[in-house]
Design a binder for this molecule. Sequence first.
Ligand code: PGA
Ligand code: ZN
Length: 434
Amino acid sequence: MTDFKIEKIKARWIIDSRGNPTVECDVISNNIMGRAAVPSGASTGELEALELRDKGNEFLGKHVTKAVGNVNNILAKELIGLDVREQELIDNKMIEIDGTNNKKNLGANAILSVSLAVAKLAANLKNIPLFEHLYELSYNKTRKDYLLPLPCCNILNGGEHAGNNLSIQEFMILPVGADSFSTAIRYVSEVYHVLKGILSKKYGPNAINVGDEGGFAPDLTLTRDALNVIIEAIEERGFTMGKEFVLAMDAAASEFYKNGKYDIDGKVLTEEDLLQYYVDLTKEYPLTSIEDPFDEKDFLNFAELTKKVGNSIQIVDDDITVTNIKILENAINQGAGNALLLKVNQIGSLTEAIKAAKMSFKNNFNVMVSHRSGETEDAFIADLAVGLCSGQIKAGATARSDRCAKFNQLLRIEELLGENAKYPKDFKSWSNFQ
Ligand code: PGA
Ligand code: ZN
């Protein structure tokens, strides 16, 4: 009989994909380990759980020794001896010890590192894949077949993730016409390389420098120019828009919202103008998903856009809901959006993230599991997307190891599942898969 009691917890700092320190944690039992690392955002929502940074001289204020110390000196003592399968109990205990709404005492980065490592250790001790354990945790049952996520791949970067003038932060391609996850990744990779050639030819060698999420960051200003060049690449590779591929964007509009107006495409737009702008774009382009189209406090315009185009298009809530069930409930009640972007570090514990996903599905909101722009080699979110049967994942471009770690883990999961790996076909059917 395996003993599932936590014997040791040890956190440390490591370096993330942007070269900033972040927290990694090992949780150990029976000489078996669960290890997890915490990601970090750049275009963060104001109401996200607090990422504790030292604010001293080291790493220009960004060091995380306090968060690491909080794991090693406070949480470790309290959690040793607990059953690692009791995810909710462990997460609740950490939340209680922290004692604040936004985890500002211990740091969401401290708490999350333990929370994710606990889940990994439980899977390892149960001797089952992490995604299977996450499914059991989420839905209290077991299953054979799993939904692999549609990879929403950000191949052209703007906003806070790039040094160009594009206001829209992410331009994504969605390989909806692939028949499997591995084919989907191949399609995206082929388009990525064709896009590289086109950008270099059109705009010169500097245009193929990449942004934080591995997508190219050409010196463009106009949203339509970015969409057009992506379509050119998709078609040059021999794919048909609307068949193999559709498009998606993360506007991350809070970042270009200034003095009540939106600064986009070299123009200053009112909220009414911006609403019309999105409606026009959805008519001109095969755009199926728009994330954070307005400032994160503007529930009304999120709802207005959802009313106008939400029947056929996903309006994804990221900075507006920050994976927080209280705020999500508000968004659901107001009809603000119809999909949740799920980022574990926005809320700071696995239990709360799972609750947000379940609340979404229950209310016919889709769920897109997401990375952050600052990532590590940790591929937890790959297993989470499969374990939740979310149907979609956002993990950047099919380039740079911090992004590929997630896609590669999904390739392994697909191989492991064999014919029990399902690939999603259309947005509508996903929320019924759990
Ligand atoms: P972030 O960007 O990780 O910098 O917040 C990702 C997103 O906005 O979805
Ligand atoms: Zn976003």
